[in-house]
Ligand binder design. Sequence first.
Ligand code: FNR
Length: 183
Amino acid sequence: MAYDVAVLVGSLRKGSFSRAVADNLATLATDKLKLRIVEIGELPLYNPDLDEGSPPATWAKFRSEVVSADAVLFVTPEYNRSIPGLLKNAIDIGSRPYGKSAWKGKPTAIVSVSPGNLGAFGANHHLRQPLVFLDMPVMQQPEAYISKVGDLLDKDGKFVSEDTKSFLGGFLTAFATWIGRNK
Ligand code: FNR
């Protein structure tokens, strides 16, 4: 049976390249992985005070959507050589209350996306730091730094080339193996 993978996208932009890449990924390696995007745009900024008593309903829903997943895939742009605050907020919310982290032990992988040349390397590697701390086995190889993403998508947001599909299909197949080994 295919593994259930929660996908977090680090952009809220209507025409987001990262979102388009995530949507395309959901059509690849479908026999091994079932990708579902977990929305993070409506999560109030993390404030520990709100975890006293009953936390916001959006936090509770988000946490349960992560807990129920076999694994987590991050698809993110780079903001100022790091990850967007949106994504860090979701990571912080999932990590609390203390001792009840939704992330613990979930195998994970990162696809970083940029219209520029560097494939959002800075975001990809900054993201690894909290994931390691949160005790998530982060897939090391293969890596996915998607550069010049604007050239890889057609006007409907679909991958133009078989090479891209083949590379990212291979990435997801490796991720399925990683999940099986670390789950
Ligand atoms: C950017 N962008 C950007 N790109 C990059 O490769 N490295 C960077 O450090 C940054 N920094 C940055 C900061 C901020 C605040 C914004 C808004 C943008 C450009 C970014 O890659 C581009 O806007 C992408 O299109 C964002 O991804 P989505 O929204 O298309 O998924």
